[in-house]
Design a protein. Structure first.
Length: 146
């Protein structure tokens, strides 16, 4: 009987080496998966922040153009602003942090009516995810913005 108690006690005293290795591998795999998700979420956050900035640059230029009369708009031609920072100013070395935006504005006179301008504003940039751009269109009419 004494021998039986020793065997049962020995069987419940600890873990085998195989059990420990399997547990360590499962924990390592879980940590790796969590780290990979964290990195992916940080990249997605940066892409989303850049898209919001580009949308701001488009909207601010559109609002500026809406303040012009149709005569002032008729004197404008397509133009491009290169190397803009996040608030639409020309980049200085310290303000862009390696990321700059390019804005193109294109005018199409007489579309959809003779007294209107169709305009497209495109903002493009390059980040870690590759080249990206956002384009917005609007129609400015002579009666609405005189």
């Amino acid at each position: 009987m004494n021998n039986l108690n020793k065997n049962s006690l020995k069987a419940t005293m600890g873990f085998t080496l195989v059990e420990v290795l399997v547990a360590v591998m499962l924990i390592a795999f879980g940590c790796f998966a969590a780290g990979t998700m964290q990195i992916a979420s940080l990249k997605s956050k940066d892409v989303a922040a850049n898209a919001v900035t580009a949308s701001f640059l488009v909207d601010s230029e559109l609002e500026r153009l809406k303040t012009l009369t149709i005569n002032e708009i008729s004197r404008l031609s397509d133009y491009e602003d290169k190397n803009l920072d996040k608030i639409g100013q020309k980049c200085l070395n310290s303000t862009c942090d390696g990321l700059s935006f390019d804005r193109k504005v294109r005018f199409f006179k007489g579309y959809p009516t003779a007294l209107s301008y169709h305009l497209e504003i495109e903002v493009s940039w390059r980040d870690a995810a590759g080249p990206r751009s956002i384009t917005h269109s609007a129609v400015l009419t002579g009666t609405a913005y005189n």
